[in-house]
Design a protein around this ligand. Structure first.
Ligand SMILES: N[C@@H](CCC(=O)N[C@@H](CS)C(=O)NCC(=O)O)C(=O)O
Length: 220
């Protein structure tokens, strides 16, 4: 058997990597998982992308950065039966907009709170963390109203936006619990957790839960 052409540099516990993994698993796309738990793969990642952020996808000589762009790239060059970006340009715009929402207004404040906790006491930014937590509250409220009438972020079809929502809401709830009054967000998060592609990513990340700086809750 020939080795898959695609190489994904990723860590199973990373939310952005899970976002790309969900897309790969949705379409059962063959790829070589270059786990960053293995030191040699970190050196390869650094050679491809000096920022050393992950995930990074390599396809032959081509390097693709950023989880959203990886998902776009997969649909263009390695499509499968699940269309994560709709063909209709207007529907695609809505999907990309929600993808940006989950990245900028859920993941970014969630990571702010987590990374602050691993800084030395003197370097912490309590005001920034308060602002991040307030942003998460606003995001939960906005999303709750939106999800009252939808199964997935953009309606009936699972999309790029749901690939983002799954890991970002997963860790956001661990970091800044979603209030029970946001029942539509909780129900959406549960649907995402039940989706086989994301369930697989969550299960693969289980051995690393000890890495969560705020302490992983005993659930999910
Ligand atoms: N904008 C990037 C963000 C990627 C990112 O921040 N990944 C984290 C892991 S979840 C990372 O690389 N952390 C290591 C570091 O910051 O050095 C994307 O959408 O892929």
């Amino acid at each position: 058997m020939t080795a898959p052409r695609l190489r994904l540099y990723a860590h199973p516990f990373s939310s952005y990597c899970q976002k790309a993994l969900v897309a790969l698993y949705e379409n059962a796309t063959p790829f070589d998982y270059r786990s960053l738990e293995q030191a040699g793969n970190n050196a390869e990642l650094a050679a491809l992308w000096p920022m050393k952020r992950f995930p990074v996808l390599a396809d032959g000589e081509r390097t693709v950065l950023e989880a959203s762009c990886i998902i776009e790239y997969l649909q263009l060059h390695h499509p499968g039966p699940v269309r994560l970006i709709p063909d209709d340009p207007d529907a695609a715009l809505e999907v990309r907009m929600l993808d940006r929402f989950f990245d900028n207004y859920v993941s970014t404040p969630q990571q702010k709170a987590v990374f602050d906790a691993i800084r030395a006491e003197a370097d912490r930014d309590p005001c920034g963390v308060r602002e991040a937590r307030a942003m998460l509250e606003t995001s939960y409220a906005w999303l709750d109203a939106r999800m009252a009438s939808r199964t997935w972020a953009c309606g009936d079809g699972f999309s790029l936006a749901d690939c983002a929502a799954a890991p970002f809401l997963f860790y956001a709830d661990w970091t800044h619990p979603i209030d029970p009054r946001f029942a539509n967000v909780h129900a959406y998060r549960e649907r995402l957790l039940a989706r086989p592609s994301f369930k697989r990513a969550v299960d693969e990340a289980r051995p690393y839960r000890g890495y969560f700086p705020l302490g992983a809750p005993d659930r999910d």
